[in-house]
Ligand binder design. Sequence first.
Ligand code: G3H
Ligand code: ZN
Length: 287
Amino acid sequence: MLVSAKEMLQKAKAGHYAVGQFNINNLEWTKAILLTAQENNSPVILGVSEGAGKYMAGYKTVVGMVNGMLEELNITVPVALHLDHGSYEGCLKCVEAGFSSIMYDGSHSPIDENVANTKKLVEICAEHGMSLEAEVGSIGGEEDGVVGMGECADPQECKRIADLGIDFLAAGIGNIHGKYPANWKGLSFETLDAVQQLTGDMPLVLHGGTGIPTDMIQKAISLGVAKINVNTECQLAFAAATREYIEAGKDQQGKGFDPRKLLAPGFDAIKATVKEKMEIFGSINKA
Ligand code: G3H
Ligand code: ZN
């Protein structure tokens, strides 16, 4: 059954590794990520953006699909189902739908509004045994129409939000959703260290995991990051593998057009990407 992400992230922070949040986009993504986590004995967080939730026919559909897979695939590693970059209303819908974790992304609002809404959700999540992520300092790039500037969080604002009783915190440190531009200046480890100094044992979250070099990932983990989000990299791997299959004309050979065959190379590419990230994050055999 689903678990909150609280315990797995506290364990990761204490053990100096990170748990991957891999965003799901459909059945194939969900199955690929769950099987990879089980095969590698790794905890995992399935992330669902509001746009992906809508695409997959609603949060209740997602919950039913994930719970069904946990049972049918005999998944025994810790799995959290987590709303990613949720609005306040989206958070309430996911609580009602049966998610085990939510992110309230109040980073685009004035800090007092972020604090007020986060405070309300802390109480709601406590009542439901769910974990809660909050964000300060918007993540750069664009995801599901949410465009962030990639600003660095104010460590004092991070402390204000952390002190509300959330379970883990996403602090903007110059990270960006999607592909990183060639002129990207890198992560602000100075900001991350300042945030960790003020938030203590709070597991920190690194969004925009696609394309961040391994040495930066490992330095971020050493400075308190215990959850790392990845979406674009799996999408790019899926697209490349599918393109290769079609350009080789395999969709026109025999029953190659069967979606169970057509989607297989992309499925395998997601699995390979997720496993590679779990190795870099250090979560293998940590279930
Ligand atoms: O919240 C989701 C992640 O931050 C996705 O980031 O698409 O750059 O890997 P990414
Ligand atoms: Zn994100």
